[in-house]
Design a protein around this ligand. Structure first.
Ligand code: ADP
Ligand code: MG
Length: 700
């Protein structure tokens, strides 16, 4: 493929971004939008008509004929409904129209999206509302307008609304704390997010042969290929031509959409890759991550590939996560999590660090919950991703700062050493003061935290909602205490010391994959929720309801409905997987093996007819072994149907979900093992599906 130069002027050409707005909007309208974006305060509704008209003109120039409110219902993916700008002026004449009213408010059928009981089907009205803090963009002939989504009664039915509320809460209390340190300028503290996206790329024709990938996004069957990731030769390995072409094409599309796609490389598992963007404000970063995922799938199609975003598409090799890099900075651009050269003397940094440590310890359950799903259950704690126990890595340096503060000793900050490779031609460079830890669920990486439990297919709003709100709560308590203190300095030091002492247990710098850590974590009293259904109920635990209500992020009814949606979603995913397995075993695997057995029987008969008394031991053994396995698979499909039916009768959704985990999942695993054993004895020609080898090594 020829690669034309990418001119930086092109960047963001499909986005109704700051520069386009500045150019096309009257000065005071532009200023009003910028004010709203910078301060998170109300938008002046009288400007809507002007903005709508400028947006429409621009979008039409970009080739758009339609517009859509683009929103994030609780399905985990985005939703859109396209309306033409076209409007009739007579029976045979039309104009292109788009009003401020249409920009600000859209209506949709709320009851057809997951609502967790908030909306009954007979009271279906729902609204979408323009979010001016994110960017509108044009894609495939449609103007996309990022919006929030709520019910007729005003309850949030999406992920964006509570996210924005949580960003506001954090800003409010962070600014209070900054005032105590003498900062008079900062009006807003922003949350920044950079989401590193892992994914798999496989060949379209192999994908097409697999109903499991089509219906569930992961392989439900498949014997291991002779080679997996043992040699570590895929991680950062050279890119195959087709993959590299896909990545180039993807980057260009993302850049046109104003998304700073920055880093790309091969990941650990064969056919696994990663894309990392440059971070930006949380709200925009999340919209952009969702848009990135959709774009990856679309661009892959053009290259005869399929992009798999599932957390565990293949058993036996690593699954995919999405590291959520998170930090906070002032509107003046100062990163509040930057330790500086002498962190032990930087009390403002230490206080913000203490706020995060306290938040993670106090709300371990919510952080765990924010990444819990049927699909991420296959990954967390499997020795390839962080364990299901939440802990924090802050590095040796900061750990020793914390330890000396707790012990009341003075601390000497480490100096950065120089790396000398003893090869004169290679320049010397400064070493970091601390090493990295790949196994930690929540790691401090210089001036940000990296939350690593997040799943690749997830909308990262919920992890950020939890983080923002929990840190807002720490800061609220800190500000209350410090504002009331007689001596700020004394109170500050006491508060930092007390907080570190109370929450030191959450800090763990060792190997999070080890069994010893599991035991040590239990000794420390850390919480452990091995699976999604174990942690879902925590969403409405009184301490968590109090947290979200205190900060106006989610009401008890919004939380209750979300808890319901989590369980429903879990149950539906397992139900689809169980049905797909029955379908594949009955329609594909058992008939394929039967055909092979039949052919072997003919071979035996023909061999004996040709040479009476000849040995047919091999054929007989294969026939016997495969017949036994096929019969077992047949029985297991019956069991699976019975267990699925019985799970459905368990009453409330939570009992149903638990029945799926405890009774259906084990049968699924046994059925898989049986079919995978059949695969090992069946020749390629008879096997109806692409094998693991083809799927993971098929892209050349
Ligand atoms: P690392 O070496 O820790 O991987 P990188 O600079 O490569 O750090 O960044 C990894 C990801 O973290 C990128 O997506 C990057 O944009 C993001 N990131 C960097 N700084 C911040 C920050 N202050 N806030 C949020 N995300 C950040
Ligand atoms: Mg990283």
């Amino acid at each position: 493929m020829e690669t034309a130069n990418y001119s930086p002027e092109r960047f963001g050409c499909h986005v109704f971004g700051d520069e386009v707005m500045k150019e096309r909007l009257p000065e005071e309208v532009y200023a009003s939008i910028m004010r709203t974006v910078a301060t998170g305060t109300e938008i002046d509704p009288t400007i809507a008509d002007v903005v709508a008209s400028a947006m429409k003109e621009w979008a039409i120039e970009m080739g758009a004929t339609h517009y859509t409110h683009w929103f994030q219902p609780l399905t985990g993916v985005t939703a859109e409904k396209h309306d033409a700008f076209l409007s009739p002026v007579s029976r045979s004449q039309a104009v292109m129209e788009f009003s401020g009213k249409e920009l600000i408010k859209g209506e949709s059928d709320a009851s057809s999206f997951p609502t967790g009981g908030l909306r009954a089907t007979f009271e279906a009205r729902g609204y979408t509302a323009w979010d001016p803090a994110s960017f509108a963009f044009v894609k495939e002939g449609t103007l996309y307008i990022p919006t929030a989504f709520c019910s007729y009664t005003g309850e949030a039915l999406d992920t964006k609304t509570p996210l924005i509320r949580s960003m506001d809460a954090l800003s409010r209390h962070a600014v209070r704390v900054l005032r105590l340190f003498g900062d008079k300028e900062t009006a807003r503290v922003n949350v920044t997010v950079g989401a590193e996206q892992e994914y798999f790329l496989i060949d379209r024709k192999d994908y097409d042969s697999r109903p499991d990938l089509l219906y569930t996004g992961r392989t439900l069957f498949g014997a291991p290929a002779p080679k997996g990731q043992q040699l570590d030769d895929h991680y950062f390995g050279p890119l195959k031509t087709r993959v590299s072409q896909f990545m180039q094409d993807l980057d260009r599309e993302l850049w046109d959409l104003g998304i700073f796609s920055k880093t790309k490389h091969n990941e650990v598992a064969p056919s696994q890759h990663e894309l990392a963007p440059v971070f930006t404000t949380a709200n925009l970063a999340i919209d952009q991550n969702l848009l990135t995922m959709v774009t990856m799938k679309r661009v892959a199609e053009r290259h005869g590939l399929v992009c798999l975003l599932h957390e565990k598409p293949f058993a036996g090799v690593n699954g995919s996560g999405k590291h959520n890099n998170w930090s906070i900075s002032t509107d003046g651009g100062k990163n509040l999590l930057k330790p500086g050269k002498t962190p032990s003397e930087n009390t403002q940094f230490l206080l913000f660090l203490a706020a995060v440590i306290k938040a993670v310890d106090d709300y371990q359950d919510l952080l765990r919950l924010s990444v819990a799903s049927a699909s991420n259950d296959h990954r967390l704690g499997a020795g390839e991703a962080p364990p299901a126990i939440v802990s924090m890595f802050i590095g040796d340096d900061l750990s020793s700062v914390v330890a000396s503060i707790v012990a009341g000793e003075t601390h000497r900050d480490a100096k950065r050493g120089v790396m000398n490779l003893h090869t004169p031609s290679i320049p010397l460079f400064a070493k970091d003061t601390t090493d990295r830890n790949r196994t930690s669920p929540f790691a401090f990486t210089g001036n940000k935290f990296e939350f690593r439990m997040v799943g690749s297919s997830q909308n990262v709003a919920m992890p950020n909602i939890v983080l923002n709100t929990a840190v807002a709560e720490s800061l609220r308590l800190f500000a209350d205490e410090l504002e009331a203190a007689e001596s700020f300095d004394e109170a500050l030091r006491a508060l930092i010391r007390r907080t570190f002492a109370e929450h030191e247990r959450i800090i763990f710098n060792g190997n999070g994959y080890s069994e010893e850590w599991r035991q040590e974590a239990a000794r420390r009293g850390l919480e452990c929720y091995p699976t999604a259904v174990d942690v879902f109920p925590r969403l409405t635990h009184p301490k968590n309801v109090a947290l979200f209500e205190e900060h106006g992020v989610m009401s008890v009814s919004e939380l209750t409905s979300r808890r319901e949606v989590l369980f429903e979603n879990y149950e539906k995913i397992l139900n689809i997987e169980a049905c797909t397995m029955t379908h594949m075993a009955t329609k594909e695997y058992i008939p394929a093996v039967t055909a092979y057995i039949t052919d072997l029987c003919h071979t035996v008969n023909e061999k004996r007819a040709a040479a009476p008394g000849i040995s047919c031991r091999m054929e007989e053994e294969i026939i016997t072994r495969l017949s036994r396995l096929a019969e077992r698979a047949y029985d297991l499909t019956d069991n699976l149907k019975a267990e699925t039916a019985s799970a459905a009768t368990q009453g409330d959704i939570e009992s149903i979900a638990i029945a799926y985990k405890e009774r259906v999942l084990p049968v699924m695993e046994e059925l898989r093992a049986t079919v995978d054993a059949m695969e090992e004895y069946t020749p390629t020609d008879y096997w109806p599906m692409a094998t693991y080898g083809q799927l993971t090594f098929g892209v050349q």
